[in-house]
Design a protein around this ligand. Structure first.
Ligand SMILES: [Zn+2]
Length: 280
């Protein structure tokens, strides 16, 4: 599933190719993509507009068009955006034509990806404020910020990291990697972290996301760059998907279990499992 580094990778590669171009055609082949908005209504709103800027917020790809018209793409499980995809490319749900005759194809085998229309910058700010917390690669994401997020939280730290309303863009892979890097067990109750641990976790989140971006994202299954090339971060995973392999730090066996409803990988030598709390 594409997370912040994968969406950032798509954004960085596409932006130079689309910024300043006219979005000359929007062809929605699967109307579920923009439901409840109709494909016709969406087309009327964006077609013929200049793409002022393509950017990212959390896991959203934001097509900022002239006149404060925003097309928000969420890739969900299997979405990817290809630039001039081969003609036989399967699972294309949407095509965006540019005035220089290049075509972007939104491919999405499982069809969970969405397209949403937001009009005006205040509405955009409201949209994100209701759904997304701090950007983890921004200056706002300090150790103090993360420490404050954990206060009073009785959920496992992993659940907090996956909650988009608290930290935007971190998903299962980068949560697993960051918790390992900071030697914090995924089931640790968030509110029990001390300041030092919150600081270490903040550093680890930033380091994991930056490593993912530097490697062009992770391609476990469907994720591709706009030119169809896979990312390489899956070759650098410290724990994710590596149950039964040796920990790079201590040589112990990495394990898999479920935390926050997701497949979770850890080294329980390096990341000490919290003791079960007494009920009285
Ligand atoms: Zn270890």
């Amino acid at each position: 599933m594409p997370e912040l580094p994968e969406v950032e990778t798509i954004c960085r590669r596409l932006a130079p190719l689309v910024d300043g171009r006219v979005l000359s055609a929007l062809d929605v082949l699967d109307e579920k993509w923009c439901s409840p908005l109709s494909p016709d209504a969406l087309r009327d709103a964006v077609e013929g507009r200049v793409i002022a800027r393509l950017w990212r917020r959390g896991k959203y790809l934001v097509w900022e068009c002239a006149g404060e018209v925003f097309l928000l793409m969420h890739l969900r499980m299997t979405g990817t955006v290809l630039y001039d995809a081969p003609t036989q490319t399967p699972y294309v749900r949407v095509r965006l034509g540019l005035d220089d005759d290049h075509v972007l194809s939104f491919c999405d085998p499982r069809r969970f990806g969405t397209g949403e229309l937001v009009l005006g910058r205040p509405a955009l700010e409201e949209f994100f404020a209701a759904r997304l917390g701090v950007e983890p690669l921004s200056d706002e994401f300090t150790s103090e910020h993360l420490f404050a997020l954990t206060r009073g939280r009785r959920a496992p730290i992993k659940a907090l990291l996956l909650d988009q309303r608290r930290i935007a863009g971190v998903g299962n892979i980068y949560a697993n990697e960051a918790l390992f890097r900071s030697a914090i067990h995924p089931l640790r109750i968030a509110g029990t972290l001390n300041r030092r641990q919150a600081g270490a976790l903040r550093e680890a989140i930033v380091a994991s996301l930056r490593a993912g971006i530097d490697a062009g994202g992770a391609s476990i299954d469907d994720f591709r760059h706009p030119d169809g090339v896979k990312g390489a971060f899956q070759n650098e995973f410290l724990v994710h998907g590596r149950a039964g392999e040796a920990c790079d730090v201590c040589g112990g066996l990495l394990v898999k279990f479920v935390a926050a409803g997701r497949g979770t990988y850890a080294c329980e030598h390096c990341q000490k499992r919290p003791r079960r709390r007494r009920t009285h």
